[in-house]
Every structure is written in structure tokens, then in C-alpha cells.
Design a protein around this ligand. Structure first.
Ligand code: MTE
Length: 302
């Protein structure tokens, strides 16, 4: 089934050439979606009115609590985060554990453009043209062992560079997790760019998870550690409030947040004219991912 949120790179979406100086971010861009079973050339454009948000919108309205809880705090303060050098530790139930330099990961991975809808649990959404690689490719490189069932992720913790971690808003470092089949799903990417430019610090430089059918808080930023495990990992928001934030946190218009409805969402952009639109099951990716949850009660396993 064609996915309305995955876009092939079209002329009108291509940003000016000078934005593409960083070639590593666009290699394979025209092949967006190719890895998706049964999709191939049937990928379709985002529907009218849901063009990608502007670079300005995507990079100035953020959640990155390590830099403060205001939407404009990350853009204001995340510049302090040192992203070079950067390494990602991959450990746990893998054949090839190690500390991998970001540059080496980039050399080994194929960067594609993926235009995804991004739905925050706070009931706002954007459409983001990410550049990145499939998490499955990285995990396959690490060699996932047969007993592994989950993947745990961890964000950098740098009190000197992150003013927000002085406050106990969350139990730092920010941690997240996925079931292994979710992590291996071709829609799950590690994003390294936006609009063909290196991903800005406020969006999770130099690499962050993007799981488009789940609420945005699952998409952990500035990842320094990936651990394969046979136990369901603890996740930051679940630790903070298990009743409100489950391990799965799949976008679901039928299961409200205890304090607000999830039936609709506000599309960021357009200022006063920002629209409210109905929220779609699995954020519009139901055809691709519903099978992962067969037999589960999605009202219970939130
Ligand atoms: N990752 C870390 N490390 N810290 C955070 O505070 N916020 C999450 C997620 N990843 C967060 C994080 C939430 S709530 C959302 S909605 C998205 O990042 C926001 O991503 P964006 O700023 O790129 O839109």
C-alpha cells in the first residue's frame, strides 16, 4: 500500500543547490522509500496542504529538555553542544560491539531523504524532510545476536553544555527503547540531516532516532549509546509518568492522553492559520506497521 507520507524527492521539494553542499546528506536522496517492502515506485506525495514544513519552523519549535523546556530554548541554547568528535557505543547482544566514530558510521551507511510526518504527544505535528539511514543497516553491521529482543538508546549527558540537566525534569540521561522488530522496520531511521543540511543541534545532532508512527518523544536525540538487550529497556517519559507515557507510545487517535485528546492535532506552520487536522492511526503509517502489533490490545499496551 502506498504511504502518503513518504515522498520521492521531487523538483519542487528540492532546496536550493547551495543547501546541498554537504553531499553526504543527499546521497541516495532520490531513492527515498526504496527499501520499503512492497512500496517501490508506488510512493506518493504528501497530500495537498501537507507540504514539508519550512526549515525555520522545523528548527525553531523544538523539544529538547536538556536545553530547557521552552519551545525556543533548544534553538537558543543547543549551539553549545559539541558534536565533533562524536562516537556511538554499540554494545550488549551484538557480535561486533564497539565505540564507532560518527564519520565512520556515515561512510558505511546509505543516506536517503525521508519525508515523514512527525506527531508529538502534545498534539502538534510537522512534516519533516529528514536525511538519514535505516537503523536496521547499523544494527546489521553490529551483528544482532539471536537472543536480543529490544534496543535501548541513550542521549549524551553533558552538564557543562546542557543547561537543562541542572533541573530534575527527567532522570538524565534521556533514554528510550524499541522492540527489536520496531527497530529493524524499514521506516525507522537515524536522522543526520534536514533539508540536505547537517541536522542542527536543536533537532538532535549529529544523529537522532526517528520512528514516524510513534509519538515524537520516542525519537531520541543526540544518541551516544545503542544497546541490544533481551529485557524491555526503561524509557525516560515512562519513568517520569507511566500512566501517561507507555513503552510503545504508538500514535493512536482512539487512546487519549489522560489530560488531553489525541483525536486531532495542530499542524505547525501558517501562524494564526495553523490548522487542526484529524490524527491518523499510527500517524498515517498503519499499512506499514499495524502488523507489528497483531494480537495486542493497543488501548492497554500504550
Ligand atoms: N530527545 C532528548 N534527548 N531530549 C528530549 O527532550 N524530546 C522528545 C524527542 N527527543 C527529547 C528528545 C520530544 S518530546 C519530541 S516531540 C521530539 O524529540 C522533538 O523533536 P524536534 O525538536 O526535532 O521536533
Amino acid at each position: 500500500m502506498a504511504n502518503r507520507w513518504i515522498n520521492t524527492l521531487k523538483d519542487k521539494d528540492v532546496t536550493p543547490e547551495d543547501m546541498f553542499l554537504n553531499r553526504r546528506q543527499i546521497m541516495g536522496g532520490a531513492l527515498a522509500g526504496v527499501g520499503l517492502a512492497g512500496m517501490g515506485s508506488s510512493v506518493s506525495a504528501a497530500p495537498e496542504g501537507l507540504e514539508p514544513n519550512s526549515y525555520e519552523e522545523i528548527t525553531s519549535y523544538n523539544n529538547y529538555y536538556e536545553f530547557g523546556t521552552g519551545k525556543d530554548d533548544p534553538a537558543r541554547y543547543a549551539g553549545k553542544l559539541t558534536t565533533t568528535p562524536w562516537t556511538v557505543q554499540i554494545d550488549g547482544m551484538v557480535d561486533n560491539p564497539g565505540e564507532f566514530a560518527f564519520e565512520d558510521i556515515m561512510k558505511a551507511m546509505t543516506i536517503e531523504e525521508r519525508i515523514y510526518k512527525f506527531r508529538c504527544v502534545e498534539a502538534w505535528s510537522m512534516v519533516v524532510p529528514w536525511n538519514g539511514f535505516e537503523l536496521a543497516d547499523l544494527l546489521n553491521m553490529a551483528g544482532v545476536q539471536s537472543g536480543a529482543k529490544y534496543v535501548a538508546f541513550e542521549t549524551a549527558l553533558r552538564p557543562d553544555e546542557m543547561p537543562g540537566v541542572a533541573y530534575p525534569v527527567l532522570d538524565w540521561p534521556y533514554v528510550e527503547g524499541l522492540r527489536l522488530d520496531e527497530a529493524m522496520h524499514p521506516l525507522t531511521i537515524m536522522a543526520t540531516g534536514i533539508y540536505g543540511k547537517d541536522i542542527p543541534n536543536q533537532n538532535g545532532a549529529p544523529l537522532r532516532l526517528v520512528v514516524p508512527w510513534k509519538y515524537g518523544f520516542k525519537s531520541i536525540k543526540s544518541v551516544v549509546k545503542i544497546t541490544l538487550t533481551d529485557k524491555q529497556p526503561a524509557t525516560s517519559w515512562n519513568k517520569a509518568n507511566a500512566r501517561e507515557y507507555g513503552f510503545y507510545s504508538n500514535v493512536n487517535p482512539e487512546v487519549d492522553h489522560p489530560r488531553w485528546s489525541q483525536a486531532s492535532e495542530r499542524l505547525i506552520g501558517g501562524g494564526l492559520f495553523s490548522k487542526r487536522v484529524p490524527t491518523l492511526m499510527f500517524n498515517g503509517y498503519e499499512g506499514e506497521v499495524a502488523g507489528l502489533y497483531e494480537g495486542m490490545d493497543l488501548a492497554k499496551d500504550i
